[in-house]
Design a protein around this ligand. Sequence first.
Ligand code: ARG
Ligand code: ZN
Length: 881
Amino acid sequence: MRTDTGQIVHLADYRPTDFVLERVDLTFELDPTNTKVDARLIFHRREGVDLSAPLVLDGDELALSGLLFDQKDVPASQYDATPESLIIRDLPAEAPFEITITTHINPEANTQLMGLYRTNGIYCTQCEAEGFRRITYFPDRPDVLAPYTITIIGDKAANPVMLSNGNFLGGAGYDEGRAFAAWFDPHPKPSYLFALVAGDLAVVEDTFVTMSEREVTLKIYVEHGNESRTAYAMDALKRSMKWDEERFGREYDLDIFMIVAVSDFNMGAMENKGLNVFNDKYVLADPETATDQDYANIEAIIAHEYFHNWTGNRITCRDWFQLCLKEGLTVYRDHEFSADQRSRPVKRIAEVRHLRSDQFPEDGGPLAHPVRPTTYREINNFYTTTVYQKGSEVTGMIATLLGMDDFKAGMDLYFERHDGQAVTVEDYVKCFEDVSGRDLAQFSLWYSQAGTPLVNVSTEYDQTSATFKLSLEQMVPATPGQPDKQPMHIPLSFALILDNGAIADATSVKGGEVTGDVLHLTDRRQTFTFTGIASRPVLSLNRSFSAPVNIAFTQTPADLAHIARHDTDLFSRWQALTDLAIPNLTKAARDAREGHEVTCDPALIAALLEAAGDDTLEPAFRAQVLALPSEADIGRELGGNNDPEAIHTGRNAVLKLIADAGEDLFKRLFSDMKADSAYSPDAESAGKRALKAAALTYLAYAENSPQRAAEAFGAADNMTELSQALTLLAHRFPEASETTGALASFLTRFDANPLVIDKWFSLQATMPGEDALARVKALIDHPRYNAGNPNRVRALVGMYAFSNPTGFNRRDGEGYRFLAGQILEIDPKNPQLAARILTSMRSWRSLEPTRADQARDALMTIERSPSLSTDVRDIVERMLK
Ligand code: ARG
Ligand code: ZN
């Protein structure tokens, strides 16, 4: 492990390299513990660069075993090699020259899963962001682009498959027992997009014919035995390729596109040119082992990585500060894809739930940073929900501000103008300014100002003048390093809903710019005055969540119910019901904390049951309505001094009141939503299952018996319903014999499938209450647990810390101490994983004082450890600051 060096990188320090890389030629002689890498690199000195400037290459835990200049030895006096860098002096003024570097690396010992490593006997690479420098010395930064030729030599029997980027050149026997394969990628790319995979893998093949009628070979590589579980991923890939042609005019550009599923992977997947590497969790699926959510994730991530081929690969980032340029934009594209493939409003609700549960806490806590940060200590810690999800929202707002036609024209210009380049956020924004004529300078604050803006809303209606006044005030909270903020350009979609449910014509307006149904809030305070509004309207604001802001607007339950009934934007109907629920849930938490009886406004219950029982609405939407804000959502609304135990008790009591009032409806839904045919993962069938599961959950509260859930567990013929029933049993009836029996039978049945056992770990890690810790500790010793596999660690330790508010936030602090111990154990093996899981404590300051003190102590234990990785040190110090 590289321990912290404390070096901070600044955006303002960016300058191009002194030497231009022309070509890369790599030869790998594979060996599990001693792989030899020869890197032949052709450079020339950039015009105007001083003769004294040396060539500086990056390394990470490397040892140099050979160095040639134009095929001749380099005298020791001409270079300096350390594990972190190789510096070569006295290089030619203008003429191109060739440097050949030899390194030996140990894939088997590589537990950080960055660079070249082994997973279940397969060689695999992960180079983003700075993994390539663990393979060879290199100008390892995204603005150095070159074509790559790759030769892989390896034991023939052990490596029947040897893959790299680009098109296959050829392969054959090499010498006795060894084979070689050669690949060439003609598209200049940065090193972070390099990939190599080798080993004994099974392959499933298909083809895709592009819009210009080129046939592309599609291959998905998996471990033997998993071939039949790739069908959905392949289908999602073909749909993604088609969609990108139709929606963005983007065509695939190589003869072959490959996906490899591996079981040890630090994140979801990686968009290496022509050779995407995936966490197997996001490739493998069949009805027996994957849930509807798994299918939806696979579809989204396959699309995401494929879409990177244009947004990320053909056009890449100048430096890592520009990460949102490829990630935010590509998330926007995968969201649009899923919205088109499924239900747009239901997808939007899920996105906003995710944004609020993950990004808002990040933006409101010690780890807050702008969508485009200006400094970092460890770039791996900036693959955040802010860069990804808020980054996507920023592109979504550009589309809202410009309208779809100009947005499309701006994207076309971006692809045309910057193809083959490594660019910046400014280059991207400029394309939209150029096509629309709109000045986006103020809008660009979304890239540089951290924090979730708060918009205060007040309204006034005057009957005699038929005038409706809408006053808005925006405030962007202070965040680390940014005490003062400028007002932002906030696009707010709105509707004025009349008594009869119709939407008023609101085109006669003064006080600011309005385009279509979008208000442009640009000042700190702004009043929009609408005339010709014949009766008092109900304002629906931030429809479809047009801007990632918090809205403070006290609307009466009657007005919210009116929106919930009439808005044509389904997202806003869901939002209105959420706004109706929130005060009830926060009050319930306070009442529970003070030992008072918990009550619930009958208007909320009536509105929820009305929406849930409305058969004209799609089931998936009704399931979202019934899901109610989570315990974490309620905690965020309370804002501080939080007692997770009281929030849990209060919320459960509200659920019980809704369940009792709606028992008949829930019984009807539970039987109406039965599948009439075999399992299919399509969105409509998944929506029915989601509504059925919601009904089952409420019935468990109403009936207060494990009976129905146990029957559902016995009757389930797919993983979605099986795991839902099991989760309900474990979370609601932990002591019941039905639960013990179901947990045991699930384990026996899926013992051989680690991805399914992860579900078994997760649902136990998230069982509410103090006892969860003892369970988690026992499961760490379970034979199926593996502290070296990121999926296992995330399923058990990660889920416990991120998704079990009562179990983790024990008043005695044992949960925090346990996590600190785990972080210190994981860190030396896999810093990226340790740092990620540690972010689960980012909202520790919003806890009540007893818990907050315990949390601080645990964080300080980590901070005091002498040998932390840069990753963990960066996170823990920012959290304590
Ligand atoms: N580019 C990948 C994706 O979003 C993620 C890579 C994350 N890498 C890292 N070191 N955290 O598809
Ligand atoms: Zn991505």
